[in-house]
Design a protein around this ligand. Structure first.
Ligand code: AMP
Ligand code: GLY
Length: 425
């Protein structure tokens, strides 16, 4: 079967690397891909915001399955267009993608089905948002309702800060995404990323992960898309995984089916592990980035049939095997990130870095210029290692980074610290 993968990040490189090993695969295309993805797939120029262009490509290149990586085409309805054209694909419909596309939608669903999440209010104009705020204690969290590329969330320590965040949303700082605002209680605890494949009726838990969202060592500085991750998340015990499936994932899958908008794809729950149990911070309707990089390093089964079973509604008879090893990835970003990154600098030394045991380097934002490899994004490389312990995986990842010659890039030096400090047993 020929497969088209949509996306260009480290997540898509990890998916492409994994899919390319499938015996079911004839040829893998990726649109638009990047320099790393080009080593395992044929990268193609295709306007993925134009569903007709994607459908024409599928007809021309005999594509049997489309895997949609990022949220934007899902929320825009690419899944629906493919379904209408009878093209099998991985990724939810536009209606089901509202779980990521509208925070208010998800909060209302949680409220209606008793799914644990922070208490909240939902507002379409400033006066009522301010009135609600004045009745709430701080810290408090203000969120633009729609997709804001990870920038629409303010954790406000004071009422003044929260009020400013409300005004920023309504004055258009996040465009249409901020036309509605969710204000919610601040949750305390440790965060974990939880993934489940959902076929509309059944859910299959994947491995757990934790990422590091802040740009600086010690979890300081501005939020980013994620500066590093590891899997498994030691904090996610078997009991917590079962509780999350029972109280959060399964009720969501059932509710979406009941509403006539079944969810098919991967449900990525951002969890806060509070003293009252796991609570949903938010849903994403796609794989995490960089969490996917560590999940794919531990996956021992063939990914392609799992994604096909998700699309076909056959997950109830499916299981996946995961390595007991730990995988850890360190993001190398271009100077400037998470602000506007410096683009076009040359990266050297990847061949030496790749020779380190059980290391894979996933490209997140690179392009080739002749023989030269150039940085072409904010997050640029994901240096990923697998080992028996998190300390060992961390040591291998940083040993590989030491081989990379890229003065215009930086990384955090402490990825995995929480897992390493955790008491054993
Ligand atoms: P989100 O984009 O909703 O994932 O939010 C980004 C980050 O903000 C999350 O990963 C959390 O670290 C933090 N956050 C969001 N909502 C809350 C909340 N209700 N309580 C505490 N932290 C939160
Ligand atoms: N690493 C978090 C995300 O993919 O949104």
């Amino acid at each position: 079967m020929n497969v088209l993968l949509i996306g260009s990040g480290g997540r898509e490189h990890a998916l492409a690397w994994t899919l390319s090993a499938s015996p079911l695969l004839d040829k893998l295309y990726c649109a638009p891909g990047n320099a790393g993805i080009a080593e395992v797939a044929e990268c193609v120029v295709l306007d993925t915001a134009n569903a007709d262009a994607v459908i024409n490509f599928c007809a021309l290149f005999n594509i049997g399955f489309v895997v949609i990586g990022p949220e934007a085409p899902l929320v825009a309805g690419l899944g629906d267009a493919l379904r209408a054209a009878d093209i099998k694909h991985f990724g939810p419909s536009k209606a089901a993608a509202q779980l990521e596309g509208s925070k208010g939608y998800t909060k209302d669903l949680c409220r209606a089905h008793n799914i644990p999440t922070a208490a909240y209010g939902r507002f379409t104009e400033a006066a009522s948002a301010h009135a609600y705020l004045s009745t709430q204690p701080v810290p408090i969290v203000v969120k633009a309702d729609g997709l804001a590329a990870g920038k629409g969330v303010t954790i406000a320590m004071t009422h003044a800060e929260a009020a400013a965040a409300i005004d920023a949303c309504f004055s258009g700082a996040f465009g249409q995404a901020g036309a509605e605002v969710v204000i919610e209680d601040f949750l305390e605890g440790e965060e974990a990323s939880f993934f489940a494949l959902c076929d509309g009726r059944h859910a299959l838990a994947l491995a757990t992960a934790q990422d590091h969202k802040r740009v600086g060592d010690g979890d300081t500085g501005p939020n980013t898309g994620g500066m590093g991750a590891y899997s498994p998340a030691p904090v996610m015990t078997k009991a917590l995984i079962e509780q999350t499936m029972r109280e959060i994932i399964q009720p969501t899958v059932a509710a979406m089916a009941e509403r006539g908008t079944p969810f098919q794809g991967v449900l990525f729950a951002g969890l806060m592990l509070t003293k009252d149990g796991p609570k949903l911070i938010e849903y994403n309707v796609r794989f995490g980035d960089p969490e996917t990089q560590v999940l794919m390093m531990r996956l021992q089964s063939d990914l392609l049939p799992a994604l096909l079973a998700t699309a076909d509604g056959n997950l109830d008879t499916f299981s996946l095997r995961w390595s007991d090893d730990v995988a850890l990835t360190v993001v190398m970003a271009a100077n400037g990130y998470p602000g506007p990154p410096q683009k076009g600098s040359e990266i050297r030394g990847l061949e030496a870095a790749k020779r380190i045991d059980d290391v894979q380097i996933f490209h997140a934002g690179t392009r080739r210029d002749g023989d030269r490899l150039l940085a072409d994004g904010g997050r640029v490389l994901n240096v990923t290692a697998r080992a028996k312990t998190v300390s060992e995986a961390q040591a291998h990842a940083y040993a590989a980074i030491a081989e990379i010659d890229w003065p215009e890039g930086f990384c955090r030096k402490d990825i995995g610290w929480r897992a390493i400090l955790r008491p054993k047993g």
